[in-house]
Design a protein around this ligand. Sequence first.
Ligand code: UDP
Length: 255
Amino acid sequence: MNRRRRIYEGKAKILYEGPEPGTLVQHFKDDATAFNKKKHAIVDGKGVLNNRISEYVFERLNEIGVPTHFIRRLNMREQLIREVEIIPLEVVVRNIAAGSLSKRLGIDEGTPLPRSIIEFYYKNDELDDPLVAEEHITAFGWAGPQEIDDIMSLALRINDFLSGLFLGIGIRLVDFKMEFGRQYENDMVRIILADEISPDSCRLWDIETSDRMDKDRFRRDMGGLIEAYTEVARRLGIMIGQEQERPGGPVLVKH
Ligand code: UDP
């Protein structure tokens, strides 16, 4: 039974009121959706994996001084985060052509891009998250010019760091999506990384085999989604299953 106040429910996550002002609880569901919810399935265990993988990535980013909303893990499916005002943009960084870029511009999937490319999509389900330019973002007031600059420099820093992190475990970071928010503290506002970074929001290809280790396995009916996400977690050195989802259950005793 859950008596907490639900603030927001999205496709793969729920946000609850947090234990202190300025905090929220981010809960990872097992729902997998694609093509703006036209395709939907429950994939047992996906939420647990994404909670842990996103935690790992956000902790590493916090360590190098990238401001993020992540505070700490609460349990197998939930993490404590800072409350932010979400900027209604999906910020995508691409290193290799794939997905909608390949389709839109007729570039074969797998073609390395001449440099990393940042794209902005307006977060709006009714409109299917359309691609937008900086002109639209500033004209419609979704973010200011300084905020766009901050977002772009954070996005490139995050891309460089994560490309190296994944390269070290034999995975190519093809592209990924981020969301940013405004954190208000006293009289200050700053842009911080929010949402999640997980195989749901990245394209991750095995360097040796080019095997897809991300949500394309679901989008393209390839099967093996949980196996692929588990392999990403394993290579990152994340041990799943050390704690119980249900408090009071058996506890693993380490010798
Ligand atoms: N992406 C995402 N959420 C979205 C759209 C895209 O996390 O609503 C991620 C996607 O997983 C990929 C990157 O952003 O890593 C670029 O996606 P693309 O524009 O190619 O769209 P898609 O082919 O997924 O429709």
